[in-house]
Design a protein around this ligand. Structure first.
Ligand code: 26V
Length: 746
């Protein structure tokens, strides 16, 4: 890396008359040129992360930070009359949905920072996750044309393209390489589909609608497309460098499968070894067993990939055949291990016309990991219980993490500076140094209060500009930002906030500290209930914010187009992080960690990584409420009747507001559908299957307690700072070190 050259060239740059996009492209290109100088060649063992999603966010500021020229760039540009913040109008690359994709990006960042050879493989979608806006409170989706701004951080590698074959079409996978800067430079390689118009559809959109057969096949093509391109080049590359003694392949390569989406890579690996390189099936399968590792990110059955045999046969007949062979092989192995018929059936890769990709992954992978302690226990006890019994050494826990470079250094320069002054700046390179904050003094607490206030004002100003909602800066800020899903229970927060509103209005809660609830979430375009929840919250916001009787006490805002860049502002300016999923269903959560590191307390359930957060920062410094996994399983076995939990006037009123005309769903009937889902259920589920009404009472009481506690700002700030001081564990540097040691052996 040549910093001096970059600075020299930036000084020479003529900025006059250039548009923001032109400047962005020119400065980025300069950084690429200088940043890439001295790139090391790969030696020894490398790890490869196969993922359908990489939610990298905006690269500009992050890359300049990693190259070590962010501050200089700011100064030089400012001397030329250019505010570095203008580049915030550049779109960020949203090649992912939520936590799973963002985790992949954090992992790449940490590995590069730790000098570990981890490289990503994925798809270069033409359109990332849709852009969201609200029209009359309803979500409207717009295409995310991120490449329209230029793509200065990628290098197209025409000469390394590969031909990927389907039964009915052939398509080129053309690599685009994005460097991942850190102590070393790693590579994120995204493949773009090229060829016929049909073929090019493969890399057009993230998550094509899969409610039709055509949509399902397209998704299957996407999964095979990038998995095959990745596995193909790894095998060919190995042969070129080291010859055909594949026994050595696992000594040099390990492939991490990010969820079930890329699991088809296993079948392609075996296909290539047997067909192209003429190995026996048993040998190829054995090599696969020593090469692949699998991470599970959810226990929700609807999110575990399954493929109909007819679909795979139609476009990938050889892969179908290989998977059937693996299945037969697995059944034989299960038998030798002494499995009963039922046990074998639970682990089966193929059952009556369907392939179960999670079972394929578990059978082949050397290690299978969950993403938080509770989640891993649930995998061991439920989802993969049988596999765990017969392969007791496969399952491991790797609690998620977040990169403290983006999620503290970059998004909260003020807090970072306070840390430098308090404990020295070595935490930036060795996050465990953050532990030294634990004995913080009173004066640090005062300074922290000031920092939080500054970040809050920046956030509220931004929201006022973007959303047109003014929020007083003395507010206590709550935030619930994450994908919209029923299990995450944004609807429960909506009910709770309504109860606060009615309480304030009636005078019963008149002494509450003024507060604001910030929501941010995108709903899958076809997920009706999730969209109805967005509309419901927007309706509540409209009513509450315009009520003169209460609006100096309570505000609500649902920000539009929540994304990585918005998240950077929200996590820094928030006091209370809402993490209220139904116990057992949020595998980990990573937003919870970002908030913690920026000094927000967690108000949440005993779920996912929340448990580990309060284990470290102390229950007394956070606000835990609601049913635990054990309580819920008891409740389920006894038979849960939600109507028994909303007899109190306040809860009843909140629930009924869905149907009593308090709010309008524009005549769509969607609010009634939400109401029914809670009160009578549906053909596919019991009433209130996420226990919203069960936990509502304790949720409201907890929120009131938070508001009361906040009135003693200093004591509350101590809780917040204690969270910062205990957050080192949640840096993805720690997570990556664990993967490197006990999974990848790099
Ligand atoms: C996807 C879908 C798609 C179909 C509708 C239902 C549904 C439900 C859940 C999912 C999630 C798929 C996997 C995923 O994104 N998991 C997230 O992974 C994060 C990183 O490990 C973790 O922090 C989150 O808790 C987990 O939800």
């Amino acid at each position: 890396m040549d910093k001096l050259k970059f600075i020299e060239k930036l000084n020479e740059l003529d900025v006059s008359g250039k548009s923001t996009i032109e400047l962005y492209n020119e400065i980025s290109a300069l950084a690429m040129q200088c940043g890439l100088e001295g790139t090391k060649q790969i030696q020894g063992k490398n790890a490869y992360y196969l993922s359908m999603e990489f939610l990298i966010g905006r690269s500009f500021y992050n890359n300049l930070l990693e190259i070590g020229v962010l501050e200089e760039t700011q100064d030089i540009l400012s001397s030329k009359g250019v505010d570095i913040n203008i580049f915030e109008e550049i779109e960020d690359a949203a090649l992912g949905n939520g936590g799973l994709g963002r985790l992949a990006a954090c992992f790449l960042d940490s590995a590069a920072g730790l000098d570990l050879p981890l490289h990503g493989y994925g798809i270069r979608y033409k359109y990332g996750l849709f852009k969201q806006k609200f029209e009359n409170g309803f979500q409207v989706e717009l295409p995310d044309d991120w490449q329209g701004m230029g793509d200065p951080w990628s290098i197209r590698r025409d000469n390394e393209k590969r031909l990927i074959k389907f039964a009915d079409m052939e398509v080129y996978a053309v690599p685009y390489d994005m460097p991942v800067f850190g102590k070393r430079i790693n590579r994120l390689r995204l493949f773009q589909a090229e060829g016929s118009a049909e073929a090019e559809k493969i890399s057009e959109v993230l998550y094509p609608a899969d409610d039709t057969e055509e949509g399902k096949l397209l998704r299957l093509r996407q999964e095979y497309f990038f998995s095959a391109a990745a596995v193909g080049e790894l095998l060919d590359g190995f042969v070129k460098q080291r010859g055909k003694n594949f026994d050595k392949f696992p000594e040099y390569n390990v492939i991490q499968l990010n969820d079930t989406h890329p699991v088809i890579a296993i079948a392609e690996f075996i296909r290539l070894l047997t067909v192209k390189y003429r190995l026996t099936f048993a040998k190829a399968l054995n090599l696969a067993k020593n090469t692949f590792a699998y991470t599970n990110h959810t226990i929700l059955p609807e999110a575990l990939e399954c493929w109909q045999e007819e679909h795979i046969k139609k476009i990938l007949p050889d892969i179908a055949e290989i998977m059937l062979k693996i299945s037969v092989y697995a059944m034989r192995e299960f038998k030798t291990l002494g499995c009963s018929k039922e046990q074998a059936s639970e682990m089966a890769i193929y059952k009556s016309g369907t392939f179960y990709m999670a079972n394929l992954a578990v059978f082949i992978a050397k290690t299978v990991n969950g993403v938080a302690a509770l989640h891993t226990e649930i995998l061991k006890d439920s989802l993969f219980a049988t596999a765990h019994k017969f392969y007791p050494n496969k399952l491991q826990n790797k609690t998620n993490g977040i990169t403290h470079r983006r999620w503290l250094e970059l998004c909260n320069k003020e807090l970072s500076k306070l840390l430098d002054e308090t404990i020295g700046d070595s935490w930036r390179t060795d996050i465990s140094e953050l532990d030294n904050l634990k004995g913080f003094t009173d004066s640090t607490v005062d300074e922290f209060i000031q920092v939080k206030q500054i970040k809050k004002e920046q956030l509220l100003e931004y929201i006022a500009r973007k959303e047109g909602v003014e929020i007083p800066a003395d507010c206590l800020v709550f935030a619930q930002v994450k994908r919209l899903h029923e299990y995450k229970r944004q609807l429960m927060t909506a009910f709770a906030v309504l109860e606060l509103y009615y309480g304030i209005k009636s005078g019963r809660l008149s002494s509450l500290h003024p507060c604001v609830f910030i929501f941010g979430a995108k709903s899958a375009p076809s997920y009706k209930r999730a969209k109805a929840i967005i509309k419901f919250i927007n309706e509540i916001a409209k009513k509450v914010n315009s009520d003169e009787q209460t609006c100096d006490k309570l505000r609500i805002v649902f920000v539009q187009n929540y994304n990585v860049s918005y998240a950077e502002k929200i996590v820094a300016g928030t006091d209370v992080s809402l993490q209220v999923s139904t116990a057992g269903l949020e595998a980990s959560g990573t937003g919870n960690m970002k908030f913690m590191m920026n000094g927000a307390v967690t108000c949440g359930t005993m779920d996912g990584a929340n448990i580990e957060i309060v284990e470290r920062a102390g229950k007394e410094n956070n606000y835990i409420f609601g049913a635990t996994v054990t309580e819920l399983s008891r409740l389920k076995s006894e038979g849960y009747n939600p109507m028994n939990y909303c007899s109190e006037e306040e809860h009843r009123k909140a629930l009924e507001s869905l149907i009593d005309g308090s709010f309008s769903d524009g005549g769509s009937g969607e609010f009634k559908a939400l109401y029914d889902s809670l009160t009578i259920g549906a053909s596919w589920h019991e009433p209130d299957n996420y226990f919203v009404l069960y936990d509502l009472d304790s949720y409201v009481k907890t929120l009131i307690k938070v508001c009361q506690d906040y009135s003693d700002r200093k004591t509350f700030a101590k809780k917040q700072l204690t969270n910062v001081a205990n957050s080192a564990y949640f840096s993805s540097d720690r997570t990556i070190k664990e993967y490197a040691k006990s999974i990848w052996e790099i």
